[in-house]
Ligand binder design. Structure first.
Ligand code: SF4
Length: 366
């Protein structure tokens, strides 16, 4: 166990496409209570392990006042041993921190920022209703660099309503000009029950890009970032050499991690568990978790094949008594001939051109 995820559920606005467990708390009435609850959970469940990665995600953790962030980190230091070179990430949304707060965040030992930019096109950002402007995004990226953060990731979304290939190319190029070390890109998903679902689901005139255009957007993303010197180390993640997210690699390598906070998931002692999504219930009992159904063989295959490192077939067979190559020989041979997968020593890897079809390839193997 070398990783801990902490969920901070507060946001400035509830973006109409988001179905995460988030709370809008303009007056910050729950911040103190939440800090106490998550610290109580850490104090009760931590077993003093040596942590190499910590990830404060949300929600918008940068909304928490600095003294609350400080208490949470102090609590982690008290109940775990933290590697002096640990990767400590904070998710940060534009418009939630000024230069002074960024300096204080850095002084807490947070050494990696993940900034929710999503798009550099003003009209598309307006549709996402995220409560910040392009200027806010550029400011936070510039300030972070000036203050000395040397590991900054930027989140982008593609497949937005009315988004064109040119819009997407421009957004990627603007992102590259910011000089960040890491970029994560996900296609917009219309989640049931969100305001976006009401507007866009089953609506023929929704202006959402079709599958073909989404495929072209993904290819533009890959070719532009690869030309700029980024490596694609996971289906949706690109990094300059040495800046791959160590925390996310824990998930994708199917390794164990703690999950603290409302709605947080964890994988510990071979079990997957999750906290409920209700804030009041979490505040009343921060130790309550539900055991989730878990299929380790399936999860390992799905997670590892999303990475460029791929799946060690020999190790997989020893662990789960499943011979992936033998069971899928014909399919894998054809996929390899088409350049969608490759074999490298014991490893089966999906190639960058196969990543676009990774869901289909993985579905064939399970
Ligand atoms: S800022 Fe992120 S977590 Fe918060 S509502 Fe928007 S998409 Fe969801």
């Amino acid at each position: 166990m070398k990783a801990a995820y902490l969920h901070i559920p507060f946001c400035k606005t509830h973006c109409p496409y988001c179905d995460f467990a988030v709370w809008i708390d303009h007056k910050g009435l729950q911040f103190e209570k939440y800090t106490k609850a998550i610290c109580c959970e850490i104090a009760s469940r931590a077993e003093g392990e040596y942590l190499e990665t910590i990830y404060l995600g949300g929600g918008t953790p940068s909304i928490l006042p600095i003294n609350n962030l400080e208490q949470i980190l102090a609590c982690l230091h008290k109940y775990f041993k933290i590697d002096p070179k640990a990767e400590i990430t904070l998710e940060l949304n534009p418009g939630t921190a000024d230069q002074n707060k960024l300096k204080q965040i850095k002084a807490l030992g947070i050494n990696r920022l993940s900034v929710g930019v999503q798009t550099f096109e003003p009209e598309l950002l307006r549709k996402l209703a995220r409560g910040h402007t392009i200027k806010d995004a550029l400011n936070i990226l510039n300030w972070s660099k000036d203050i000395g953060f040397e590991n900054i990731s930027l989140d982008l979304i593609y497949g937005l309503p009315s988004q064109t290939l040119e819009d997407w190319q421009k957004t990627i190029e603007t992102a590259l000009k910011q000089g960040n070390q890491h970029i994560s890109c996900y296609a917009l998903t219309i989640e049931a029950g969100t305001p976006f679902a009401k507007i866009y689901q089953n609506n023929q005139n929704s202006n959402l890009p079709c599958e073909d255009v989404l495929g072209q957007m993904y290819e533009i993303l890959q070719s532009t970032l690869l030309r700029a010197g980024f490596e694609q180390y996971e289906v949706s993640n690109f990094a300059q050499k040495g800046f791959e997210s160590r925390h996310n690699m824990v998930y994708w390598q199917n390794e164990e991690f703690y999950g603290f906070g409302v709605s947080a998931h964890e994988f510990k002692a071979g079990q997957r568990k999750a906290h409920g999504r209700n804030l009041e219930q979490y505040l009343a009992n921060p130790l309550e978790q539900e055991i989730l159904d878990c299929n380790p063989a399936l999860e390992e295959l799905m997670l590892k094949l999303r990475t460029r490192q791929g799946l060690d077939l020999q190790n997989y067979q020893q662990k789960y008594q499943k011979n992936i190559l033998k069971e899928n020989y014909k399919f894998l041979q054809t996929a390899a001939q088409k350049g969608l997968v490759q074999f490298d020593k014991n490893f089966l890897k999906i190639t960058p051109s196969g990543f676009l079809l990774s869901n289909e390839i993985i579905a064939k193997l399970i």
